[in-house]
Design a protein around this ligand. Structure first.
Ligand code: SF4
Length: 279
């Protein structure tokens, strides 16, 4: 039996792009493992890709167009050919466009397991059709606009910077589940003596790698952030050079959101540590 190992990368829409080593027997994938020589992902895969061969050959994969044949929710579908499916969709759309205009059609999709070409190629079709336009990826658009309004064109800090950090704050991220490869860098930093804080609304598995855990009520971490900024400014701990060179509107923000409070023992910097669960 011919056995070989081929290299590939994870096709999901995930920036880590894990390196894969795929074992093939007679041309059929029998094992998918992480590529330990990949410099960033270092051989670890998230559960979506570990055993991906089972997904590829699963009997539950949808490989042909299906049309619902029973009531909604009945789970009853019949297999149709691509030609039948296209005629069915085109007839329905023509009816909608004639009756209500092309904007009655709203394309709704995101990236999934697509590359950039597959992800974007449908857009010109829908533009030509005159369909409604939608900022796709409804969930991450809000995050994207929020980030760019504060950070401009800056993509993000480079994940490798974490290795050099002395203080790491994992804020609202269950990194062990959703940012697996960052954890390698966090662990390296910890071995150098870095301190790790976790801020979240419940004690996620990531608390295992944190030195301190701050549990906030859902929706309250904005108040915590303002409180921390207030203390940093009040104690003169902010990096003023950085603020002067790179930050717009800091003085307005300070006047609006960080009013001067008299120093009292109850709000001194060291009090902040009392809200954490020292591990
Ligand atoms: S973390 Fe998971 S989804 Fe992301 S690239 Fe790696 S295997 Fe793919």
């Amino acid at each position: 039996m011919k056995t070989e190992v081929r290299r590939s990368v994870c096709p999901y829409d995930c920036p880590d792009t894990c390196g894969l080593k795929i074992e093939l027997v007679e041309g059929r994938a029998v094992r998918v493992a992480g590529d330990s020589e990949h410099p960033f992902t270092r051989g670890s895969l998230c559960p979506k890709m570990a055993h991906y061969e089972r997904t590829v050959y699963s009997s539950e994969r949808v490989l042909h167009p299906l049309i619902r044949s029973g009531e909604k929710g009945s789970g009853q579908f019949r297999t149709v050919t691509w030609d039948e499916a296209i005629v069915c969709i085109a007839d329905h759309w023509k009816e909608l466009i004639t009756g209500y205009g092309a904007e009655t059609i709203l394309p709704f999709s995101y990236a999934g397991t697509m590359g950039l070409v597959q992800r974007n190629c449908g857009e010109s079709f829908f533009h030509r059709l005159g369909a409604s336009r939608l900022a796709r990826t409804i969930c991450s658009s809000a995050k994207g606009y929020g980030w760019s309004s504060v950070m401009g064109e800056t993509l993000a800090p480079h994940p490798d910077e974490i290795k050099k950090s002395d203080l790491i704050i994992l804020w609202g991220t269950n990194a062990l589940a959703t940012n697996l490869h960052l954890v390698h860098n966090v662990r390296e930093a910890k071995m150098r003596g870095a301190v790790v804080w976790l801020v979240d609304t419940y004690e996620t598995p990531t608390a295992k790698i944190a030195d301190n855990f701050v549990c906030v009520r859902p929706g309250c971490d904005g108040a915590l952030a303002l409180g921390i900024m207030h203390i940093l400014v009040r104690e003169g701990l902010q990096n003023q050079t950085f603020l002067n060179e790179y930050v717009q509107g800091f003085e307005d923000f300070r006047a609006e959101c960080l009013p001067e409070f008299p120093r009292t023992k109850s709000v001194r910097l060291q009090e902040l540590r009392l809200v954490s669960l020292k591990r």
